[in-house]
Design a protein around this ligand. Structure first.
Ligand code: TXA
Ligand code: MG
Length: 330
């Protein structure tokens, strides 16, 4: 699943011409445009149907590019980059004055990330070498509010012909969006939990970071209560109640799509049943694809077995909560 030389060349040509290119990262697929070109960035918002005041993440090829985009980068940010880049960590930093407000959603800060996927890195290196500022602005390549894509086929399903080129890098390893840490404040704060957990961050910060609450947080579309949502209504039910719940649905004449991790499939039930791994890393990898598949299965209700209440599960629990809040509104 490696793009050809011609694919990379076409991708760079499109980016330089102010067009969109979707590409894989280790978290989810991104919908990319030249971050220094406000008209190109505007096409991202149009394709996604996303409100213009939601800031985008700028993807970079290397640590050295950071100071082109951000100023007053604190030591703690450099330490986080040293440890976790390339990887699923986005840092919020004070932006350089030239950085267009279209990218930052009107804010004085910019989100930067060096992704850990070979296709993303190759694209970024080639784009940087073509001249210009080399940053690729890329939100997840889904329609606003919907489930993030973890394969090239998902991107096509979401955006179709709105994006002239989708680079295929196979299924994303991580499966949920990057951890976002705001380093523009006196103390680093987690704005969005992800694969890099508070415990990983503690090793660098020397203390457990604060997790932003919805009220005090700046605009982060991933922080909206309803996000990452399937079109089918969805309920989260604890394991002990699961069988009674889906039996009750059956008596009402409703067919459930069940996503479990510890409760094994019940044979003979007229329901669609999918098991995800019972560890948070494996679960994150499969979650969005499973929700998408349930949307396609034609069930009346998606029933998800509740997750353990444990810090290691915080990022997937966060996505599951938001998916449930927005589900069925398609
Ligand atoms: O894993 C990821 O981060 C993926 C891949 C493609 O890199 N991207 C992604 O982008 O999830 P998006 O746009 O779906 O989510 C990025 C989040 C948004 O919620 C946005 O509000 C936040 O990052 N963000 C970006 N710049 C920000 C800033 N200056 N201040 C606060 N939040 C910011
Ligand atoms: Mg998104």
């Amino acid at each position: 699943m490696t793009p050809s030389e011609a694919d990379y060349q076409r991708a760079v040509e499109l980016l330089c011409a102010g067009e969109l290119v979707a590409f894989p990262t280790e978290t989810v697929y991104g919908l990319g445009a030249d971050a220094a070109n406000p008209e190109a960035v505007a096409k991202i918002f149009a394709a996604k149907g996303r409100p213009a005041d939601h800031p985008l993440i700028v993807h970079l090829a290397c640590h050295d590019a950071v100071e082109q985009w951000a100023e007053q980068v604190p030591d703690v940010a450099w330490e986080l980059m040293e440890t976790f880049w390339p990887g699923p960590l986005t840092l919020i930093l004070k932006k350089q004055p030239w950085v267009p407000l279209t990218v930052t959603g009107g804010q004085e800060t910019v989100g930067l990330r060096m992704p850990g996927h070979p296709v993303a890195l190759e694209l970024l290196r080639r784009f940087a070498a073509s001249g210009g500022h080399g940053g690729i602005a890329a939100p997840s390549a889904n329609r606003f509010g919907r489930i993030s894509p973890t394969t090239a086929a998902h991107v096509y399903e979401e955006l179709g012909e709105r994006v002239p080129l989708i680079l295929d890098g196979g299924a994303c390893a991580v499966g949920i969006e990057s951890t976002i840490v705001d380093c523009s404040r006196a103390e680093a704060v987690v704005l969005r939990p992800g694969h890099i957990s508070p415990l990983h961050l503690e090793a660098v910060l020397g203390r457990l970071p604060q997790i932003a609450t919805a009220e005090g947080a700046p605009r982060v579309s991933g922080s909206l209560a309803a996000h990452y949502a399937p079109l089918t209504p969805m309920r989260v039910i604890t394991a002990p109640r699961l069988l009674d719940f889906i039996n009750a649905q059956r008596h009402k004449g409703d067919r459930c799509g069940v996503i479990g991790h510890s409760q094994p499939p019940q044979l003979g039930m007229p329901h669609v049943w999918q098991m995800l791994p019972a560890d948070p890393v494996g679960y994150a990898h499969g979650l969005y694809a499973a929700l998408r598949e349930m949307d396609h299965a034609g069930v009346d209700l998606i029933v998800v077995e509740a997750l353990p209440d444990d810090l290691a599960w915080a990022a997937v629990s966060d996505r599951l909560r938001r998916s449930a809040a927005g589900a069925g509104q398609g």
